[in-house]
Design a protein around this ligand. Sequence first.
Ligand SMILES: Cc1cc2nc3c(=O)[nH]c(=O)nc-3n(C[C@H](O)[C@H](O)[C@H](O)COP(=O)(O)O)c2cc1C
Length: 141
Amino acid sequence: MYYLIYISTAVKLMNPEELTEILTSSRKKNLENNITGMLLYAEGTFIQVLEGSEHDVLSTYRTITMDLRHKNLIKLVSAPLAKRAFPEWSMGFAVIAPLKMAELQGYINPDDIFFEDSASDPAINIMKTFVENNNLTSSFL
Ligand SMILES: Cc1cc2nc3c(=O)[nH]c(=O)nc-3n(C[C@H](O)[C@H](O)[C@H](O)COP(=O)(O)O)c2cc1C
């Protein structure tokens, strides 16, 4: 298993229909490609975690990077993963407050992450904990 977390900027503020469109096609393709994960959106910023085989994660990420609905993609972390953090989600989704997004990005800052020394898969566990602490586990569109 392998995972990748990136952030990006939507080219415009997304309305619910546009988010639904992204999610519907993403979930369909992720089911085919054995990708699971979580997508969070806050006023024009996306953060997404993709998990699956290294090959599937990297090829899905490559497709996503070419999507003209967002820009300025920054890969925050990619690494081997012992076990999926979001096994039941072809792509979980929630809209969050911009301050929460800033907080989350701060936690996942690759420069700081080694302070979580003993934890395995620290970045993805931060995402998982964040989703659980904010009761985002059922925030599907
Ligand atoms: C923020 C964002 C997240 C996306 N997440 C995924 C994803 O998890 N999996 C996926 O296959 N496509 C995802 N996409 C969509 C792809 O970029 C692309 O549009 C889609 O895979 C193309 O599907 P199609 O070839 O069936 O039209 C995402 C797009 C955006 C803008």
